[in-house]
Design a protein around this ligand. Sequence first.
Ligand code: SAH
Ligand code: MG
Length: 202
Amino acid sequence: MEDFDQLLREMEAFAEKQHVPIIWESGRQAFIDAVDEAKPHRILEIGTAIGYSALLMLAHAAEDAEITTLELSPERYEQAKAYIARSPYAGRVHQLLGDAGELLTQLDGPYDLVFIDAAKGQYPDYLHKVLPLLAPDAVILADNVLFRGYVRGGIQAPRRFRTIVKRLRAYIDEVEHLPGAETEILEHGDGLAMTRFRRNNL
Ligand code: SAH
Ligand code: MG
């Protein structure tokens, strides 16, 4: 088995060269800490890209953890498959190719951790579809919720990003008002929304 850290470094270099938007380096530790805290067994990821965050999550999840990860691009799906095959976690990743909006309606929960990181304008839709799939103490992480600084504060987003920004604001507003859950917006990286459900000890 090749060295796992070396594999991650190779993936980081590939992502940088090919402009694959893997989780920003500045937000990586906060992301890892969130997974460490949740110690999930069943993970759902929306937006595989090359499999970088999926592998990072498995490295910090429960020892028996499995992940189902959704990706629209056949090219990314194949790249992820090749990288995952070289990792110690190959047997525990279930990759699905297709539009997450559709795939989500075909999944069976419960999931302990959901990582939302695909089409930024679809976060509210993903959220609605994910809610029925959650374990009682689930955690939802959503990446890029501060989208280059346009979501909060006074900077007007360029026209092409306005729908995304509006939908990300709607996502944040919705998770902040979910009954039985608490949300923190971590400002590391491109913004990570962390929603923890506490249905058991309410
Ligand atoms: N989670 C990865 C990065 C994901 S980048 C990491 O941090 O390592 C976002 C990915 O979402 C891209 O690969 C893109 O192809 C995918 N995507 C975009 N729209 C999608 C959709 N509708 N359904 C599924 N995947 C989608
Ligand atoms: Mg992201």
